[in-house]
Each structure stands twice: as structure tokens, then as C-alpha cells.
Design a binder for this molecule. Structure first.
Ligand SMILES: Nc1ncnc2c1ncn2[C@@H]1O[C@H](COP(=O)(O)OP(=O)(O)OP(=O)(O)O)[C@@H](O)[C@H]1O
Length: 310
């Protein structure tokens, strides 16, 4: 568990981060979202002490980040930034192995870990481990950058706009991959973005920052349904809120008995996509299947009820 306790950072007497407190559960993704200059990066960097807090404290599994040296702290906390930050003259395997090597892992353990991570990131180890960064695509570089940050099984992974440089299609895939890998490894991740869509997509919990303050901290559904301030209403996109809400739930949660005509949808299809299919094909119900067998149907009526904000 990560506990952020009344942490502040003042620059020339002005608060970049103003008494922020929050608790992050182990094995979850927390997304910090806000407009430019709201203090997201400063907050993230105070956790691994790249920025020293003016006041307040961060505890990781009960232990203050000030009770260990900065070097030890940064070996226990992974850090991934926009772009990849890989060393161009190191192979993929050597880049991923940097922190495990510093920690004195055996070469066998390191090699196993490199191959495990490459496989998790859908990069065939035999094909990729000896390549240099210049021999990879932008999306592959980004995956290796995240693999490197996860290599030593850190207590926490901090990510600052990790997908900022990717085009929308690769970015969407990178978000899906991150979610899958986080679940497979049980990692605890704190991620900064200015993109509310990304926050909703990835966050178990979302922290909304405005002018250095934490204005709301909750699940994506709570933030959409009960935005705490006008600023949060604007961040979640006013009239788009219903659609955002629908994108959070799979049709499997709303399946009912009965039949429906036409092409079926998979159980993990979002209600938002199901709504789109209903409108596009002029149907008021869709058959839902899972692993090839029919579960039931989802109706336009059920989707409409879930879309009501209050
Ligand atoms: N080293 C510094 N010296 C003085 N002011 C700083 C410093 N670093 C950040 N600030 C100020 O603190 C505030 C918060 O900056 P921060 O980079 O944390 O915001 P952000 O939400 O991450 O923004 P962005 O999304 O644009 O990266 C800004 O007003 C910024 O100008």
C-alpha cells in the first residue's frame, strides 16, 4: 500500500502541489489526471524523491520514503516516462537488465526475467533480445521501456505520460497491454496523464488534480456519476459523460434471458459499443455470446437505464 500524507511542494512560495493525501492499494492502477500545470508530474516525482517535498510524507508498505537512501528507493520504484529512455548502444536485453544487474541478480535469473518480460509484451525473445533500440518501432520501444521499468519487480511503477508519443491505435493497444501485464504481475502502478479517456480506461481509481490540489479521488464510475466540482464536470466532458460511463461496463453484466435477432456480440463488448451497434443496425437487442455459446441478450432499454447519470 502507498500512503501519501499531506504532501506539498512550494516553488518560491507558490504551491505546485498543495497538501495532497491519498492511499493507493497494492496491485491496482491509479491514474493522476489534470490539466497542464496542475501538479501531476511534481506529485509523481515526489514519490521517488526526484523532487523533494517541502512538507508531508510518502510511505510505501508502511515505511517512509525518507527512511531509505534515494538510490535504494529508486531501485525499488520503477519509472517510465514519455518516449522510452533506452540506451541506444545497449541491446534490448541489456537495457531491461539494468536494474537487476545493479541489484546483483545472477545472470541466469536476469536472462529468465528478460525473456519472461519480452514474452509478456508480445516480443518474441529469440527475435528481439539482441536487437538495438534503433531496430525497433515506436510501439516496441515503448514496450521495452515499460519492461525495463518492471524488470526488478518494483514495489511500485510510476509512469509519466507513458503513451504520449504513440499514435491513437498503438496507444489504445498499449493501454490494453498494460492492463493485461499489470494483472498478470500484480503490479502497483501510478500513472500520470492529461487524457481523461485514458484515465477512465486504465484506472482502478482516478485522482483529479486542479491547481496543485486533489479535487476528487474515486473509481471512474464515481467520478463520472458524481463529479465533485465544476472542473471535474468539464474534465469528464459534460454531455459525453453518459457515453464514458457506458464504456466502463461489459455487456456480460447486463445480460438477460431472451432472444435477439442478428449478429451477436462478445460478452466483453462495452455497453458503449453495444449501443453503437444497436443504433447502427436499427436493433433494440443484441445476442451475447461467450466462448461460442449463447449467454442471452442485452437490450437497448438496459443500456439506456445504465447511461442515466442521476
Ligand atoms: N522546478 C520548478 N521550479 C519552479 N516551478 C516549477 C518547477 N517544476 C514545476 N513547477 C511549476 O509547478 C506547477 C506544476 O507543474 P507540473 O509539471 O507538476 O504540472 P503537470 O500537471 O505535470 O503539467 P504538464 O501536464 O504540463 O506536464 C507548474 O505551475 C510549474 O510551472
Amino acid at each position: 500500500m502507498i500512503e501519501i500524507d499531506k504532501i506539498s511542494k512550494l516553488y518560491d512560495g507558490v504551491a505546485a502541489v498543495d497538501e495532497v493525501s491519498m492511499t493507493v492499494d497494492t496491485a491496482t492502477i491509479t491514474v493522476i489526471v489534470g490539466t497542464s500545470g496542475s501538479g501531476k508530474t511534481t506529485l509523481l516525482r515526489m514519490i521517488n524523491r526526484l523532487v523533494e517535498p517541502t512538507s508531508g510524507e510518502v510511505r510505501i508498505n508502511g515505511k517512509s520514503t525518507h527512511s531509505v537512501s534515494k538510490t535504494d528507493l529508486r531501485r525499488r520504484i520503477g519509472y517510465a516516462i514519455q518516449g522510452h529512455g533506452l540506451f541506444p548502444h545497449y541491446t534490448v536485453a541489456r537495457n531491461i537488465a539494468i536494474v537487476p544487474t545493479l541489484l546483483g541478480w545472477s545472470s541466469e535469473k536476469i536472462a529468465d526475467r528478460v525473456d519472461e518480460l519480452l514474452s509478456l509484451f508480445a516480443l518474441e525473445p529469440d527475435q528481439y533480445r539482441d536487437r538495438f533500440p534503433a531496430e525497433l518501432s515506436g510501439g516496441q520501444l515503448q514496450r521495452v521501456g515499460v519492461a525495463r521499468a518492471l524488470a526488478s519487480r518494483p514495489d511500485l511503477l510510476l509512469m509519466d505520460e507513458p503513451f504520449g508519443a504513440l499514435d491513437p491505435i498503438i496507444r489504445a493497444q498499449a493501454q490494453i497491454d498494460l492492463r493485461r501485464i499489470q494483472q498478470a504481475l500484480g503490479s502497483t502502478i501510478m500513472l500520470v496523464t492529461h487524457d481523461m479517456e485514458e484515465a477512465m480506461q486504465l484506472g482502478d481509481r482516478v485522482a483529479v488534480m486542479d491547481q496543485g490540489r486533489l479535487v476528487q479521488y474515486g473509481t471512474p464510475a464515481e467520478i463520472i456519476q458524481k463529479p465533485a466540482t465544476e472542473f471535474v464536470v468539464n474534465m469528464v466532458g459534460g454531455v459525453d459523460r453518459s457515453l464514458r460511463l457506458l464504456s466502463l461496463f461489459p455487456v456480460s453484466d447486463f445480460v438477460e434471458e431472451g432472444s435477439a435477432e442478428g449478429e451477436s456480440v462478445e460478452a466483453n463488448t462495452s455497453l458503449r459499443d453495444a449501443l453503437s451497434i444497436c443504433l447502427w443496425t436499427g436493433r433494440d437487442a443484441l445476442p451475447v455470446v461467450q466462448d461460442g455459446s449463447l449467454l442471452g441478450r442485452v437490450t437497448l432499454d438496459a443500456i439506456r437505464k445504465r447511461a442515466a447519470i442521476s
